[in-house]
Design a protein around this ligand. Structure first.
Ligand SMILES: *[C@@H]1O[C@H](CO)[C@@H](O)[C@H](O)[C@H]1NC(C)=O
Ligand SMILES: *[C@@H]1O[C@H](CO)[C@@H](O)[C@H](O)[C@H]1NC(C)=O
Ligand SMILES: *[C@@H]1O[C@H](CO)[C@@H](O)[C@H](O)[C@H]1NC(C)=O
Ligand SMILES: *[C@@H]1O[C@H](CO)[C@@H](O)[C@H](O)[C@H]1NC(C)=O
Length: 452
């Protein structure tokens, strides 16, 4: 929508520039960059939307991609760096530079989507808290998130922003439960009340509202108006303690997705699922990596079918899911895992499916081959084939990229500094480029400095 381009007199611009100047000189923010929080001064970018089983690039406001006809399809090559806000918040200026560098490197590899955490609850098990207690925010940390989004836009990268964790890192479900208990709520069980208790659902809905209504202090753009946000993700890997909680999770997804849409109609919404099939879906139980996966209260099809959920997701960790299998077996498993999900997206859900995490250990086999590359290529090939046919397999995001010097803080056994592994780095770039050529995106929005 219009940002009142013509209604800002020049004097206002100058005044805001001066305010921006004092902002950075006082706030410990990267002084190499003047902060001018005026929406229409931000780099042009269009929203990503959906047409049936495909993501599409919506026309930029005020023209841009020109021409009439169908919206161009988007097939994603992307990555995870969950730690961007934490890094930007914890290390002052150096942290901001780390974030800028990661986004620049991702873009230089031709990747257009990065998935990252837009939460840090309570300040335990992770970095500084964004949400100190229900509804109370640390402004410095919020500005770190502002910066991540602002810098993503400058690099023409879109973000999948996840809103809470199932796991305890950065607070998660467990923190919300502690908050409820501190508020005097009598909770008898450990984690499922997160999905069902009205007090906790209220906390989470308030959190969503605060995020979506935030005005970015760097760009002046409301989060709900920001095209550099690809999608909102309800939770990282939602699970219940048993499958008897499945109806609670299902109702929670419907309620929270509707809540987001009531505030923000511009962005896509996804659940954040690992993609397991539930215990009642007998015909798919063989696709799960083990019996355990069917009894976590989630079901890929039922959960993703919720009306306000725009696309489905699956994660893929053959090395930890079937640790005793050989490489060949893992490749076969991964290929079939992706096929089932893409086909379900195509035929049953009629929505795009993103592999939002694909991770493997660094391992070299007897031929000197990185097994990680083989697995990654398996997923990439599936996405490419899907893109060729215009199908629902909408992209894959490697878990996770990191930079030198912060591995100890934010690394895990799946992390890599891409530059240290030329074969993996090349594979990622090739995926970016072949998708790009296939979709002829060079005709519509060429981005200088990209590898192809
Ligand atoms: C959506 O896709 C259909 C089928 O490919 C196409 O006919 C239609 O023009 C598309 N709509 C837009 C808005 O791109
Ligand atoms: C909490 O709830 C349980 C079960 O509903 C009940 O037995 C218990 O007395 C309650 N405790 C308090 C302090 O109200
Ligand atoms: C939960 O899962 C187990 C095994 O996975 C199954 O036997 C049981 O019927 C399931 N219960 C419900 C309520 O779906
Ligand atoms: C875009 O790339 C394709 C494949 O390399 C090429 O054939 C086409 O001419 C390019 N289009 C433009 C406008 O550069």
């Amino acid at each position: 929508m219009g940002n009142g381009r013509s209604s800002y007199p020049l004097i206002g611009v100058l005044l805001l520039a001066v305010v921006g100047y004092f902002n950075w000189s006082g706030g410990g923010v990267d002084p190499s960059r003047l902060r001018i929080p005026i929406p229409w001064l931000q780099p042009p970018m269009s929203f990503v939307g959906r047409n049936g089983t495909r993501f599409v690039l919506l026309r930029a406001e005020g023209g841009g991609s020109g021409g009439g006809g169908e919206a161009p399809s988007v097939y994603v090559n992307g990555w995870n760096s969950y730690w961007l806000m934490a890094a930007a918040a914890s290390q002052g200026r150096r942290g901001r530079e780390t974030v800028a560098e990661m986004l620049r490197r991702g873009r230089d590899m031709g990747m257009e989507v990065c998935r990252t955490w837009a939460f840090s609850d309570g300040g335990r098990g992770g970095g500084a808290a964004l949400q100190i207690s229900p509804g109370r925010f640390d402004e410095q940390v919020f500005q770190a998130l502002d910066y991540v989004i602002y810098e993503a836009r400058r690099n023409q990268v879109r973000l999948i922003l996840c809103l809470v964790n199932n796991l305890e890192a950065f607070g998660g479900k467990a923190q919300y439960i502690r908050w409820a208990q501190e508020a005097g709520v009598n909770l008898t069980s450990a984690d499922d009340p997160f999905f069902s208790h009205p007090v906790i659902r209220g906390f989470y809905k308030d959190y969503i509202k605060a995020i979506l209504r935030r005005r970015n202090s760097y760009s002046g753009v409301l989060y709900s108006d920001e095209p550099a946000i690809f999608a909102w993700e309800l939770m990282n890997e939602p699970r219940c303690s048993s499958n008897s909680s499945a109806p609670l999770l299902q109702a929670w997804i419907a309620e929270m997705a509707a809540h987001i849409k009531s505030i923000d109609q511009k962005h896509l919404v996804t659940v954040g699922l690992e993609g397991f099939y539930g215990s009642k879906r007998a015909e798919r139980l063989g696709v799960n990596p083990g019996d355990w996966a069917g009894s976590l209260g989630s079901d890929f099809i039922q959960n993703s079918a919720v009306q306000n959920i725009d696309f489905a997701s699956a994660h893929a960790y053959p090395d930890s899911w079937i640790p005793n299998a050989g490489l060949e077996e893992k490749v076969e498993y991964l290929a079939s895992w992706v096929d089932y999900h893409v086909n379900d997206g195509e035929r049953i859900l009629k929505k795009p499916v993103l592999i939002t995490e694909i991770g493997s250990y660094l391992k070299v086999n007897e031929q000197g081959l990185y097994e990680r590359d083989v697995l990654l290529k398996t997923a990439y090939d599936k996405v490419y084939k899907s893109a060729e046919k215009g199908q629902a397999g909408a992209g894959a995001l490697i878990w996770q990229l990191i930079l030198e010097g912060i591995e100890e803080q934010y690394g895990d056994k799946f992390s890599l500094v891409a530059e240290k592994y030329p074969s993996t780095d090349k594979l990622i770039r090739q995926q970016s480029c072949r998708l790009r050529y296939l979709l002829r995106r060079n005709q519509t929005d060429d981005k200088p400095g990209w590898p192809c």
